[in-house]
Design a protein around this ligand. Structure first.
Ligand code: ASP
Length: 509
């Protein structure tokens, strides 16, 4: 519990320091773009700073500018007829509004070029923010560094250890079917809600626009084709190639179990030790989390104010709603109709595991409590719990699965509303598959889900800068999704235990 308070306290401190920076340090908005009046509009002379890399064309004469007024849909078009209008544009840019430049004779005119606004790098506030931004980016770097080895080690060791129990094949298939089935239901629920609520559209996140989202996924079969790495080593050099790494890890784990001794057990032991070491490293890096969150919040709040948090609250609400619906509707229905277990009785029995999950934000740390609770208060045999629960703690993460899907689509919605390509349905299908795999690959430790989200974002060409913003408010969501992860593991043990005739619930006092 202590670490939650620490993270939340540093979150608050970051918010306050950021607000103080904003109130007392000067920083005019800055685009890095220069333009001059030209016949028929304004001509762009150069781009630098935040606008670099945007679709703005130097030398192009733009005859209209769209000024963003805050809320979605509140935009007005400024026709640039008069040389004086160049000054009006400058003034609008100074006020920190996002602008789109439109050139009528440009064949791509229906795709206006966004002008990104940032902070003048020479301003007082930018200078003060610099060290915080520096620390935040090192912290994000450390998290990204963990992705490939942690995913590889966690999946290979998980799959290899299951296969070791040869007489448990049937149980294995049932367990996998439950894990994949419930996680898929969770992701689809997340996808439905985020598309209905659209928390990202028109959000004021203050991130630089991106234009190339997901446009490169045309065909659903393409997703399958991309899962197969042509070169494992090069897949491992790319955080965006998570699908391929997971695919390889699943195969490697499986074939370890098919290999003869002593190779099988040597490899199994190696990956198990590798996994334990990686978990230790992750633990060490995550001990910096409160300070990372602090630095990120100072950077965000000092840069863009509390505006982004309005949208982030709606995003958090969407995740929370999906978690509640999954935990209180979907899983109880599965428990009742597939498992034949009373959901209210099971919930009462699972109290200790649920409380531990909430207070640790870690399925792995909760595992001993989950096993004890499911066995003693749930009455599932040790044979079933010792097989399903350790595997479930790293592989079955329904809460994380739906969270990945909502987080990524939320950011994609935001980027689409500031001039990027909207996610196509095929790209959404890719998000669903990747969210599912990310939940399988995520280790059962705090914030693992957020780290995995970075891989989906890079696979979709979305800037990972957005995930830094989500990290700032991740802890409360992490506590909730860990509860759902552990709750789903326990329901799985009940469903499978009952189908094997290995469940006998005791009367609870
Ligand atoms: N903290 C979660 C867990 O351990 C994983 C996540 O970050 O989503 O279950």
């Amino acid at each position: 519990m202590q670490s939650h308070w620490k993270v939340l306290a540093w979150m608050l401190a970051g918010l306050i320091v950021g607000l103080l920076f904003q109130a007392f340090l000067d920083a005019p908005a800055y685009s890095g773009a220069k333009w001059k009046a030209a016949p028929g509009g304004i001509e762009l002379v150069s781009v630098a700073g935040p606008s670099e890399g945007s679709k703005l064309q130097v030398g192009q004469v733009y005859d209209r500018v769209i000024v963003h007024r805050g809320k979605a849909g509140e935009e007005s078009v400024v026709e640039l007829n008069d040389p004086k209008d160049a000054d009006a544009v400058r003034a609008a840019a100074q006020n920190g509004q996002i602008l789109w430049f439109v050139a009528s004779e440009d064949p791509e005119a229906e795709k206006p070029a966004p002008l990104a606004l940032g902070m003048d790098p020479d301003s007082q506030r930018a200078v003060w923010i610099e060290p915080f931004a520096f620390f935040a980016s090192i912290f994000m770097g450390l998290l990204k560094m963990l992705i490939v080895p942690l995913v590889l080690a966690s999946i290979v060791s998980g799959v290899a250890s299951v296969g070791a129990l040869k007489d448990l094949r049937r149980l294995g298939w049932k367990t996998f079917a439950y894990y994949i089935g419930t996680s898929l239901l969770a992701v689809l629920l997340g996808q439905l809600l985020v598309n209905l609520i659209t928390p990202g559209t028109g959000a004021e996140l203050g991130l630089s626009p991106a234009s190339e989202i997901g446009s490169h996924v045309e065909n659903p079969l393409e997703i399958l084709r991309r899962m197969v790495p042509t070169n494992v080593v090069s897949a491992m050099t790319d955080n965006g190639a998570m699908l391929q790494i997971i695919f390889f890890a699943l195969l490697l784990g499986y074939f370890i179990t098919r290999s003869a001794e002593p190779h099988a057990s040597r490899m199994r032991d190696f990956f198990e030790s590798f996994f334990q070491v990686m978990m230790k490293m992750a633990e060490g890096i995550l001990s910096l989390l409160p300070y990372g969150v602090f630095a990120l919040l100072v950077k965000v709040v000092a840069g863009t104010g509390v505006e982004p948090f309005k949208a982030l609250l709606i995003y958090m609400f969407t995740v929370a709603l999906a978690l509640v619906l999954h935990a209180c509707v979907t899983l109880p229905l599965v428990l009742k109709f597939i498992g034949g277990v009373s959901p209210t009785r099971w919930l009462k029995a699972m109290g200790p595991a649920i409380m531990t999950a909430f207070s640790t934000s870690s399925s792995s740390m909760t595992l001993p409590v989950t096993m004890k609770t499911v066995e003693e208060r749930g009455g599932v045999s040790n044979k079933v719990t010792s097989f399903t629960l350790p595997l479930g703690a790293t592989i079955n993460m329904d809460g994380t699965a739906l969270y990945e899907c909502i987080g990524v689509i939320f950011l994609a919605q935001y980027y689409a509303s500031v001039g990027g390509e909207p996610l196509t349905w095929t790209a959404q299908a890719l998000v669903v598959v990747m969210a599912l795999l990310a939940s399988i690959g995520a280790a059962g430790i705090p914030s693992a889900g957020l780290v995995m989200m970075l891989t989906i974002l890079s696979a979709l060409n979305l800037p990972v800068e957005g995930a830094a913003l989500l990290l700032a408010v991740d802890r409360p969501l992490d506590m909730m999704r860990t509860v759902v992860n552990v709750w789903s593991d326990s329901c799985g043990a009940a469903v499978i235990g009952n189908s094997e005739g290995e469940l006998e619930m005791p009367e609870l006092a």
